[in-house]
Design a protein around this ligand. Structure first.
Ligand code: SAM
Length: 225
């Protein structure tokens, strides 16, 4: 009798690739390796569902978010679905990711839109981007970077917000005293409070329930500089 074909476990494979790279001291290289290995099949990538993030969408609908021609930057944009949604809302959108494969894929998916997609490392951005955007969106880019890098990562995300500008962060959440064990490493409220050391004032915070596949709660936080 034939054995049933083992179902591909994309989260297990993601953790495996991340661990292989981390063992070599490379904490960023695995993202592009994962996108490359997926070879155009978004189902192989845990976060790539070709839809805007539903928690961000709930925030945008609740707060009646509109771009009105304001500039927006999407940090770690992956396949660009949130960038496309911001374009729908009337923002002038720039989106970046460290993975050249993801950016090439995003450009193909959204070729019908006037969105600027750039290959860029969050930790080495164009100087002109610093303090350069009216609206900055970060969805799930902080949580897959090691906890030891958390403060540096938060500082880098905050650096893009223009005076008077806004930042929205969507992340898995954990209690302050909870030790996260495996990738992705959720954020605590205490960690989030670091954004407020950058002249950002929290204007919104909501805990939303996770989904069947990933039940951890999500934190959605908004800030204004
Ligand atoms: C978990 S994925 C989330 C992607 C997208 N925001 C989404 O929600 O579909 C994290 C993304 O951040 C990107 N990334 C990780 N480190 C980065 C860095 N240092 N600079 C820019 N992008 C980075 C990865 O390539 C990946 O696309």
């Amino acid at each position: 009798m034939c054995e049933p074909e083992q179902e591909f476990d994309r989260r297990a494979r993601t953790r495996e690739i991340q661990a292989e790279f981390a063992a070599r001291g490379d904490v960023l290289g695995w993202f592009d390796a994962l996108y490359k290995e997926a070879a155009g099949d978004n189902e192989k990538i845990p976060w790539a569902d070709l839809e805007p993030n539903r928690y961000f969408r709930a925030f945008a609908e609740k707060t009646d978010l509109r771009g009105i021609g304001r500039s927006a930057l999407v940090v770690g944009c992956g396949l660009g679905d949130d960038a496309r949604y911001l374009d729908d809302l009337g923002f002038k959108v720039t989106a970046f990711d460290i993975s050249p494969t993801a950016i090439e894929w995003a450009r193909r998916l959204h070729a019908d839109r006037d969105i600027t997609f750039e290959v860029m490392d969050l930790f080495e951005p164009y100087r002109g981007w610093l303090g350069g955007f009216d609206f900055v969106l970060e969805v799930y880019t902080i949580q897959p970077l090691p906890l030891e890098m958390r403060e540096r990562t938060i500082d880098a995300v905050a650096s893009f917000v223009a005076p008077g500008g806004e930042l929205v962060v969507v992340t898995r959440g954990r209690e302050d005293d909870e030790e996260p064990d495996e990738l992705p490493w959720p954020m605590s409220r205490r960690e989030l409070s670091r954004f407020e050391t950058h002249g950002l004032v929290q204007t919104f915070f909501e805990v939303m329930p996770g989904d069947d596949e990933t039940p951890q709660p999500r934190f959605v936080a908004a800030y204004k500089r």
